[in-house]
Design a protein around this ligand. Sequence first.
Ligand SMILES: [Fe+2]
Length: 201
Amino acid sequence: MWVFTGGEYKELNLPESLLQPEQSYIIHHEVWNAHWTRIVENGMDYLHIPFVHRNSFGGEIGQPALEAKSIVEFQIQQTKQGAQVFNRFHNIPSGFSFEWFQPNLVVFKFDEMGIPLRIHQFSVPLNEHQTRYIFAMLMLGDIDPQSQTSIANEFIQPIVEDRLVIESQKGEIPATTEECNVPTDKATLLFRRWYHQTIQN
Ligand SMILES: [Fe+2]
């Protein structure tokens, strides 16, 4: 069963990667003491990944680029139901990208950088202060169940490292920001704008 929490019903655009047989997924969920918009925003904050998560998947993205002295080419494309963000390097291949589907799904396409995994992160509000953070992890290729579990854990652990920081942010994402923004913040700013326009309307 699907519940669409995006307000006014439009055409429902589910990613193909959520429509695979049930046994292809590992599901993990936990409750965070945070507003759901904080968790979505964190998922779209690409820039923290190679730094905060440098000892895990962030290192797999950032280390080859550091060694090759790459310049990052960051692209953001608006889609019908959100945005798609690509991270490319000018001199080495890198297919890492992620996609936001309104309202509360962020999809990390690790498979595009050669890791057989695509993570769908849902931030489902329980109330103003609590969110159920759900990971639907699509395991790609022919991987035995034990390896699937260890790959999943390798990714879940670093992702939940963000919990302390996110739980320290009070309430929903602000409408305007006094923070200094850089061009790579475009994805999160797009989310903020969408959220506040949707709430106002
Ligand atoms: Fe993170």
